[in-house]
Design a protein around this ligand. Structure first.
Ligand SMILES: NC(=O)c1ccc[n+]([C@@H]2O[C@H](COP(=O)([O-])OP(=O)(O)OC[C@H]3O[C@@H](n4cnc5c(N)ncnc54)[C@H](O)[C@@H]3O)[C@@H](O)[C@H]2O)c1
Length: 278
């Protein structure tokens, strides 16, 4: 019996060890806010040791004090040459030569510019953060998951978007970056399926985070006018706010990491309350 399930006694787990994360190491990019922060909080609650990477400062008040010892934060722009590799190196130095989980969350929006107006600067930045960084992070951790660097099995979750399968919810750069990330996810899933690595993507709809609130707040760009009716289909009717929380996305990520999802590999899982079926 896993637990004492008698209704007459207090619910007592037989062990205080959480098998999901105990002794395991996870890297989370974009851990400073929104979905990345919620993912780091949830993984820590499951007793993972977590290496968080983000360009912004990290507010330790957002973590439970008892989790501080299992959290290691590195600040830096991951698009800098060598930054992703350095993030993995720092993690290995902090927690040893194993990486069990990578969650690629860091991402930026594109201001909804379409193909007739997107600037080179926006295109390069959005593709760099949303596609190049996740691929470099996967390249960095795979040796620690396959045994090349003494590792074992591993799980990767890439945070794509509804924009990874739809052309009607974002600008051209963001849409292309998230479509590309799904392609990379499938390629890694197939290539490493026999080496103990699973790689999946989640496709959140509009999430209550800084990105989601910016969208809900309305944008001036001509491109946004084109996607506005599609966004309205998912917004809260009263005030147009996003209806999915960052923690709801984090829970789906943790499900994909868990053993419950051990046969799920290479999928792109919508987290959008049916928005994606439109
Ligand atoms: N919010 C939404 O509605 C929504 C919907 C679908 C997908 N997503 C995706 O979810 C992910 C997280 O977004 P969020 O909503 O939590 O936004 P957010 O802005 O709250 O978090 C993104 C984090 O990534 C970090 N980051 C950005 N560029 C970076 C860089 N170059 N190096 C290191 N860190 C960097 C930011 O500092 C920030 O902390 C993104 O990939 C986004 O595309 C968001």
């Amino acid at each position: 019996m896993l637990y004492n399930t008698s209704p007459d006694t207090a619910f007592t787990p037989t062990t205080q060890i959480d098998p999901l994360g105990y002794g395991k190491v996870a890297i989370v990019t974009g851990c400073g806010s929104g979905i990345g922060l919620a993912t780091a909080q949830l993984l820590l609650a499951h007793q993972f040791r977590v290496c968080g990477l983000d360009a912004r400062e990290f507010d330790y008040n957002l973590l439970r004090v008892e989790d501080h010892g299992r959290f290691h934060f590195t600040q830096g722009d991951l698009t800098r040459p060598g930054a992703c590799e350095e993030g993995v190196r720092v993690c290995v130095a902090a927690f040893g030569a194993r990486v069990d989980v990578l969650v690629n969350v860091a991402g930026v929006m594109d201001g909804f510019a379409s193909a007739d107006s997107v600037t080179d600067e926006v295109w390069d930045r959005v593709l760099a953060v949303n596609l190049t960084v996740p691929v470099r992070m996967m390249r960095g951790v795979i040796p620690f998951m396959t045994g090349v660097a003494g590792g074992r099995d591993g799980v990767i979750v890439n945070v794509a978007s509804t924009a990874g399968v739809s052309g009607a919810v974002a600008g051209v750069a963001y849409t292309a970056s998230k479509h590309g990330l799904i392609g990379a996810t499938k390629n890694v899933a197939w290539r490493f399926r026999n080496e103990g690595i699973r790689c999946n993507a989640v496709l959140p709809g509009a999430v209550e985070s800084s990105i989601g609130k910016t969208i809900a707040g309305g944008l001036d760009e001509v491109g946004f006018e084109q996607v506005k009716p599609v966004h309205a289909l998912q917004a809260r009717p009263t005030d147009g706010a996003p209806i999915i929380t960052a923690m709801e996305v984090a829970k789906t990520i943790v499900f994909l990491i868990s053993d419950q999802a051990r046969t799920i590999n290479g999928v792109s899982l919508p987290v959008d309350k049916a928005w994606g079926v439109v």
